[in-house]
Ligand binder design. Structure first.
Ligand SMILES: C[S@@+](CC[C@H](N)C(=O)[O-])C[C@H]1O[C@@H](n2cnc3c(N)ncnc32)[C@H](O)[C@@H]1O
Length: 270
C-alpha cells in the first residue's frame, strides 16, 4: 500500500516541537509497521520515535504495551497542553493527549479558593490543569511509582509547588487520612472508580461538595453510573444529585468513557 493508505491510520502525537515527540499508532493488519512509522516520521519532523500499540491497557497502572518500531530508544518527552507542560514516557505511564479538552472543561468548573483531591492522578495532568487555571490547592494520589515521580517533576516544571501536592500511594490507603478536607474530588479511573466511591464521599467537607465520577460502558453508561453512585451515597447517608454529564471519548462504536458530576449533600447528622 502506498502513502495515501497510511494517511488514514490514526495516531497520537505526545510531546512538542521544542523537545521532540513520540507517535503512538495501531498498525492495521497486513501493513508494514516500519513503513507506517517512516510515513509518520516523514510528515512530522519532530517525531523522534514511533511506538506501536501491541495490546490493550492493562493492570492497575493502566499502561498500554507499546513496541518501539522506529527511531530513538529514548521515548521520554515533554508534552504541551493549554499553558502547561507534562514530562512523561508513554511506555511506563498512562497518558492520553486526547483528553486535553476534558481537562480544560474540568478546570473551568473549579472555583478560586477550593481544596481539591485528584485520585488516580497519573503524571498530574488534571491537577496541573486546574492549578494553572485557578487559585486552588490540589492534592493528587498516584499508585504507579514512575507516574508519581513524573507528577512531582511536572509540578516543579510548571512552577506550582505551592499549589499542587503529589502523593505516591494507593487511594484506599491514603484517602482515609484526608477525610473531611475537600471541596471537590476528581475520580479519573473509568474502569474502577466505582470501587472508591465511599472514599471520595468521605473525603469531602462535612457540608458536602462536588465529585467528578468517570465510568466506562455502553449506551446505558450514564444511567448505570448514576444508579451506582446514588445508591452508594444514600447507603452512606448522603444525597447525590447529578449536575453534569459528558461523553469524554468513545473506545469503539457504542463503548464510551463518560463523566458524571455529582453535587453531594449530607442527609443526616454524622
Ligand atoms: C486512567 S489512568 C488516569 C491517569 C491520569 N488521571 C490521566 O488522566 O492522565 C488511572 C491512574 O490511576 C492509577 N491508579 C490505579 N489504581 C490506583 C489506586 N488504587 N490508587 C492510586 N492510583 C491508582 C494508575 O496507576 C493510573 O495512573
Amino acid at each position: 500500500m502506498g502513502n495515501r493508505g497510511f494517511r488514514r491510520i490514526p495516531y497520537d502525537l505526545i510531546g512538542s516541537r521544542e523537545t521532540g515527540a513520540v507517535a503512538v499508532v495501531e498498525v492495521p493488519e497486513g501493513l508494514s509497521p516500519l513503513e507506517v512509522a517512516r510515513d509518520i516520521m516523514r510528515r512530522h519532523s519532530h517525531v523522534k520515535s514511533v511506538l506501536q500499540k501491541v495490546g490493550a491497557r492493562e493492570g492497575e497502572f493502566r499502561v498500554r504495551p507499546l513496541r518501539l518500531i522506529a527511531g530513538s530508544e529514548d521515548t521520554e518527552v515533554i508534552h504541551k497542553e493549554y499553558g502547561y507542560r507534562l514530562k512523561l514516557d508513554p511506555r511506563y505511564v498512562y497518558f492520553s493527549p486526547r483528553e486535553a479538552t476534558e481537562r480544560r472543561l474540568l478546570a473551568k468548573q473549579v472555583r478560586d479558593g477550593e481544596l481539591i483531591l485528584v485520585m488516580f492522578a497519573g503524571v498530574g495532568p488534571y491537577a496541573i490543569a486546574m492549578a494553572k487555571a485557578k487559585e486552588v490547592e490540589v492534592l493528587g494520589i498516584e499508585l504507579n511509582p514512575i507516574a508519581a515521580r513524573y507528577f512531582q517533576e511536572n509540578v516543579l516544571l510548571n512552577k506550582i509547588g505551592h499549589k499542587v501536592f503529589p502523593i505516591e500511594g494507593d487511594v484506599a490507603f491514603v484517602t482515609p487520612a484526608l477525610y473531611g478536607l475537600f471541596d471537590r474530588v476528581v475520580m479519573p479511573l473509568p474502569k474502577g472508580a466505582y470501587l472508591f466511591i465511599p472514599y471520595a464521599i468521605r473525603a469531602l467537607k462535612r457540608n458536602g461538595g462536588i465529585i467528578h465520577f468517570y465510568y466506562w460502558g455502553g449506551d446505558d453508561a450514564f444511567r448505570r453510573a448514576e444508579d451506582m453512585f446514588k445508591a452508594e451515597a444514600m447507603r452512606m447517608g448522603w444525597e447525590a444529585t447529578s449536575i453534569g454529564f459528558r461523553v469524554v471519548s468513545s473506545y469503539s462504536p457504542r463503548i464510551y468513557k463518560i463523566r458524571v458530576d455529582f453535587l453531594i449533600k449530607p442527609t443526616d447528622i454524622k
